[in-house]
Design a protein around this ligand. Structure first.
Ligand code: PMP
Ligand code: GLN
Length: 378
């Protein structure tokens, strides 16, 4: 039968992790921690299972978890989301994003993404019968180019997807940039997905500027996050989406016939664990130390470090290290040097190669040291 995604192969993250395993390389490619989560979180989930929380939860998620998410958003961003009608628990951010797209994009609608971007967006848009319109972030700095975004908006534009802190560039949007976006969208009906999965990883005293902080954005936004990133449990695949009630009602129409709902004991355990804000409030300091350890280790190499202000990724320029393109260099690096990384070209629609690769530093210090030992030989 004709493929629904004829131009799509296996994701770069699966490909690089398989290569890393095959070559016993240090895996700084796919973004996931190689250390455990807080045992208290596992205890909370175990207790939930033992207490009998093992049947279907309500379709939008366990009320106590939705309450906890709404309270956190209020405390951090001063915005009110109604836990009943405006928050839904999802099977990770990936399902949240797909479900928003399926719920909002009609055949022939246009969706603007900012290149480079997370690799699930474009295939999701294609599955919905939409057209993915790629607007580049400014080359070199990865700042949003508002003139280019404005020029890409047409009467067919249904949705814009933004992501801050940004995977893969590790940049974050400033309050001023969020206000510019708010002003740009004000005269339009364009909806927004604000992918904020790295919301609790911002460095050097910077603040995460959630779309929830800007009334004009919040009114049109599906704000997506993921417990996987925040609590070091990427394998649990539990995420959240927050949106005004009318938008959320449409989201839930699709969600109920997609996954229907998300596993109960993890939701109950996460709700218990969220009572203490310390784990997410301390996450930035935790990752800033790892960022600095990794960056210091690369200081005397020919890799050119790009600034990391958010996420758990470090991008580096490879021009002084190799003649190879990003993709070939990553293949060579994993096989011959024993370190896995991700080429930035994998995040572009046109495979744009700027000789920059991405390392993930969400790793034990000894893992980072083992990688540095190998990278310092180049
Ligand atoms: N968006 C971005 C920008 C991501 O980096 C990721 C994780 N790789 C996701 C969404 C998906 O998150 P989840 O694992 O919760 O589905
Ligand atoms: N978000 C992670 C990354 O960017 C990986 C997610 C996945 O493997 N699909 O590395």
């Amino acid at each position: 039968f004709p493929s629904k995604l004829p131009n799509v192969g296996t994701t770069i993250f699966s490909v690089m992790s398989a290569l890393a395993n095959q070559h016993q390389a240090v895996n700084l490619g796919q973004g996931f921690p190689d250390f455990g989560c807080d045992p208290k979180l596992v205890d909370a989930v175990t207790a939930a299972m033992q207490a009998g929380h093992n049947q279907y939860p309500p379709m939008p998620g366990m009320p106590q978890l939705r309450e906890a998410v709404a309270s956190k958003m209020q405390a951090l961003h001063g915005c009110r989301y109604d836990a009943n009608s405006e928050i839904t628990i999802t099977a990770g951010a990936t399902q949240a994003i797909l479900t928003v797209i399926l719920a909002t994009v009609h055949a022939g609608d246009e969706v603007i993404v900012l290149d480079p971007c997370y690799d699930s967006y474009a295939p999701n848009i294609e599955l919905a019968g939409g057209t993915c319109v790629r607007v580049p972030l400014t080359p070199g700095t990865f700042r949003p180019d508002f003139a280019k975004i404005a020029a890409a908006i047409t009467p067919q534009t249904r949705l814009l997807i933004v992501n801050t802190p940004h995977n893969p560039s590790a940049t974050i949007w400033s309050a001023d940039e969020m206000r510019q976006l708010e002003a740009l969208l004000a005269p339009t009906n364009v909806l927004l997905i604000s992918d904020e999965v790295y919301e609790h990883m911002v460095f050097d005293g910077a603040q995460h500027e959630s779309a929830a902080r800007f009334a004009g954005l919040a009114a049109r936004a599906f704000i997506v996050s993921s417990f996987g990133k925040t609590y070091h449990v990427t394998g649990w695949k539990v995420g959240t989406v927050a949106a005004p009630a009318a938008l959320m009602a449409e989201f839930r129409k699709v969600h109920q016939f997609n996954v229907f709902t998300v596993n109960t004991p993890m939701q109950v355990g996460l709700a218990t664990y969220m009572a203490d804000p310390a784990p997410y409030l301390e996450l930035s300091a935790f990752y800033q130390r790892k960022r600095d350890l990794f960056a210091l280790g690369l200081r005397d190499t020919r890799f050119k470090l790009l600034p990391t202000t958010g996420t758990y990724f470090q991008c580096v320029g490879i021009s002084a290290v190799t003649e190879l393109n990003e993709s070939d260099f990553c293949q060579w690096l994993v096989k011959e040097v024993g370190v896995a990384a991700i080429p930035l070209s994998a995040f572009y629609g046109n495979g744009f190669d700027q000789k920059v690769i991405r390392f993930c530093f969400a790793k034990k210090d000894e893992t980072l040291q083992a990688a540095l030992e190998r990278l310092r030989k180049l």
